[in-house]
Design a protein around this ligand. Structure first.
Ligand code: FAD
Length: 376
């Protein structure tokens, strides 16, 4: 048991995974979350095989008999014609849950291992020597500091690690509606359905027997498309086969773009960054949260056996060397996939068909999902 102390900025997927995994290895851990409670936005999230292995490793109870497990990802055009239907092999699980379910499962796993979670605590500064400074003026010291404070990370900024932060031209509106799979029409069962029409994309993701997560993606220039409340007439006209689902949208997360973050290094001294703070990526592969959890667990594994804080900087360097290639790969392929959004319909159709038929490309796209995360 190390007895060392870690302080973590951010109680999201990455921060809570790192917290639980460190506490399981004998660390004293405090998570500082800016919001008044550990809370996730009202949408769904895809958890691939790699993420499921991590949840098992840290004992987070997220998946139940009610959880939706899709057997294929189907691409369709604006006339509801199937472009491609990619079945998942049995050894590659993919489930979808409300974000709240995932976050609460991680929070409870962290609490069970003795992690102290402080809410309403906004971090404004950090140092490589092991401190976090708060908006209240308070300063905390620890052997290890972790910045898991998301895309706009104050810890990354304070450590001067950023190389670039790029935002996409497209963005998404998201909602969870009541609905059943029977409403997805013939051939729509047990699937995730991604519909394309022009520069608009509409993703249908069942979450359970009674809830469906909808994502509406369009470019910044599409004024009607990004409107909130949802312009149901406009989206219903683009995807008429699913107008009955679109009509049901009430609460909607505001339209937002996606970020790509690139950094010089994942650590400086005894301070590390992980998750979106270090490697945010567009959501096209459904792996941003997976990578955040993967690196949170891997960081804790990298700290195994450390009893002297002077060893921590080298351990952090070794952690990055071991994990970074996969994260960079995943980020690159997620960005590449996003490029098909801007292709004309017929070109996109050919690109999707060609891509999905190519075993090498499929391997690249699924590399993170098929990986065996460190610590699992
Ligand atoms: C539209 C969309 C769809 C997505 N779909 C998927 C998907 O299906 N599967 C998937 O794996 N990923 C998906 N992602 C990506 C995923 O949401 C992120 O990669 C993931 O949330 C990153 O986790 P994180 O813990 O690093 O950061 P966050 O989840 O952003 O958590 C950061 C936490 O830090 C807190 N915080 C921020 N600043 C401070 C501060 N200064 N002080 C204290 N606390 C602070 C925040 O309140 C938050 O709780 C999607 C992203 C988008 C935009």
């Amino acid at each position: 048991m190390s007895g060392l102390k870690a302080i973590i900025a951010g109680g999201g997927f990455g921060g809570l995974t790192a917290a639980a995994a460190l506490a399981q290895r004998g660390w004293r851990v405090t998570v500082y979350e800016r919001q008044a409670e550990v809370r996730a936005a009202g949408s769904g999230i895809y958890i691939w095989e790699n993420g499921l292995r991590i949840l098992d490793a840290i004992g987070a109870k997220v998946v139940s008999n009610e959880t939706f497990r899709g057997r294929a990802m189907e691409q369709r055009d604006g006339q509801n014609g199937v472009i491609d239907s990619g079945e998942f092999p049995p050894d590659l699980r993919l489930v979808t849950v409300p974000r709240k379910t995932l976050l609460e499962g991680l929070r409870d796993a962290a609490l069970r291992t003795g992690v102290d979670i402080r809410t309403g605590a906004e971090v404004i500064d950090a140092s490589a020597g092991g401190t976090l400074t708060f908006a209240s003026g308070a300063v905390e010291n620890a052997d290890l500091v972790i910045g898991a404070d998301g895309v706009w990370s104050k810890v990354r900024e304070a450590l001067g690690l950023e190389v670039f932060h790029e935002q996409t031209l497209e963005g998404a509106l998201r909602a969870i509606i009541p609905g059943t799979q029977a409403e997805l029409g013939p051939g729509g069962q047990d699937k995730y359905i991604e519909n394309w029409n022009g520069e608009r994309r509409f993703l249908i993701t069942p979450l359970s027997a009674s809830e469906i997560y909808l994502a509406f993606t369009c470019p910044k220039s599409d004024e009607a498309g990004k409107q909130s409340p949802l312009d149901k007439a406009s989206w219903g006209a683009t995807f008429p086969h699913f107008a009955h689902l679109i009509d049901r949208v009430e609460a909607l997360l505001p339209w937002g773009t996606y970020s790509t973050i690139s950094v010089k290094s994942w650590s400086a001294g005894r301070a590390a960054i992980l998750g979106d703070a270090a490697h945010a990526q567009p959501p096209n592969l459904g792996q941003g949260g997976g990578m955040a959890m993967q690196n949170g667990l891997a960081l804790a594994v990298a700290m195994e056996g450390v009893s002297d804080r002077r060893d921590i900087p080298d351990r952090l360097v070794a952690w990055e060397q071991r994990e970074r290639d996969l994260v960079d790969h995943c980020q690159k392929w997620s960005r590449l996939y996003g490029e098909v959004s801007f292709l004309p319909d017929d070109v996109r159709k050919r690109a999707i068909l060609g891509t999905m038929a190519d075993p090498w490309i499929r391997t690249q796209i699924l590399k993170a999902a098929r990986s065996h995360p460190t610590g699992t």
